[in-house]
Design a protein around this ligand. Structure first.
Ligand code: SF4
Length: 315
């Protein structure tokens, strides 16, 4: 079977159920270079919008996937290896996808380019837009998101406010917290004020759950996240296991990833699936060979089977 170059998953996530990711820009072109980014440092930080991947290729792959694969999918999510709104034809992609499927379309974006009227219009037909807002003060915004030169926090917040005025779909705002960076009381107060003006439908609170771009970045613990949830009120929920940019399965060394994760602790197949953002049936291609090679072993505990590093691989 011919491979898919711009699709990954479906990936299970708490926010979007089973979502098929569609990658609109090459790794890793973004308007930001976030300190917590789990897909590495930004290789090209830019505000230039281009047709990074031909629209035709994306639509052909999506159509082929939906015909060939039997996965049930809750959302098609435009995100991936960088900032999807940098794709200058994102509107044509959304329109084209709507012609071939009734599966709802989500756009996972850092929200920066919503400061441009043309981008706000481009996303108008998406069913859900999931922008991020990690800081409001200029100092913290520069520290956590490291935006392209000449881009400001005010511009980003104003873009979100303007988008809300014209967009009839759902806006689920995500805030990712890094310890000691954007979790101060003063920043939370500014965020709350901005959110009152943006009026999202939901507020999703996240923290660092995968190795960040900068090694010094640390997550908040559960108690701190709950305290923050209380600050934001009833629209807010903690969604810490969500991956903003789950990497394409095709580009990953899944066997090595499994070994790395299991070095830390034994996990069930479902834990591995959630943690790695890979469907359980996809994991079945990798677990039996690793057992045969003696690199991992299965152990029954309670009612579950756990996988752990094989005796001969322990350090
Ligand atoms: S987390 Fe998203 S917005 Fe931030 S640098 Fe990575 S790809 Fe860009």
């Amino acid at each position: 079977m011919e491979k898919f170059h711009h699709l990954y998953g479906p990936v299970p996530s708490r926010r979007l159920g089973r979502s098929l990711g569609i990658d609109l820009v090459p790794h890793k072109i973004c308007t930001y270079d976030c300190i917590y980014c789990q897909i590495g440092k930004t290789s090209q930080r830019t505000l230039d919008r281009r047709e990074y991947v031909p629209v035709k290729e994306i639509l052909e792959e999506a159509e082929r996937f939906l015909k060939e694969e039997t996965f049930s999918i809750d959302y098609l999510s435009l995100s991936g290896s960088g900032e999807p709104t940098l794709h200058s034809k994102i509107r044509s992609i959304i329109e084209g996808l709507k012609r071939i499927t009734s599966i709802p379309i989500a756009v996972i974006t850092n929200g920066s380019l919503l400061s441009m009227e043309e981008v706000r219009k481009d996303l108008i037909d998406a069913d859900v837009v999931l922008p991020s807002l990690d800081a409001v003060s200029s100092e913290v915004f520069r520290k956590i998101n490291r935006p392209d030169e000449g881009f400001s926090a005010e511009r980003m917040v104003e873009g979100l406010i303007q988008f809300r005025k014209i967009y009839k779909g759902q806006i689920w705002l995500e805030i990712l917290f890094c310890r000691g960076v954007n979790d101060s009381q003063s920043e939370l107060t500014l965020m709350k004020e901005a959110i009152n003006r943006i009026q999202p439908d939901k507020i999703h609170l996240n923290t660092v759950v995968r190795p960040p771009s900068e090694k010094w970045v640390l997550p908040l613990d559960e108690i701190e996240m709950e305290r923050i949830r209380d600050v934001f009120g009833e629209k807010a929920e903690i969604i810490s296991e969500f991956d903003r940019h789950p990497p394409p399965i095709l580009e990953r060394d899944i066997k090595e990833e499994i070994l790395e994760i299991l070095k830390r602790r034994p996990l069930s197949r479902s834990d591995l699936s959630k943690g790695m953002g890979i469907p359980q049936n996809e994991l079945d291609k990798y677990l039996p060979p690793l057992i045969e090679e003696g690199k991992i072993q299965a152990r029954i505990f309670g009612e579950s089977v756990y996988y752990e590093i094989g005796e001969n691989r322990r350090e």
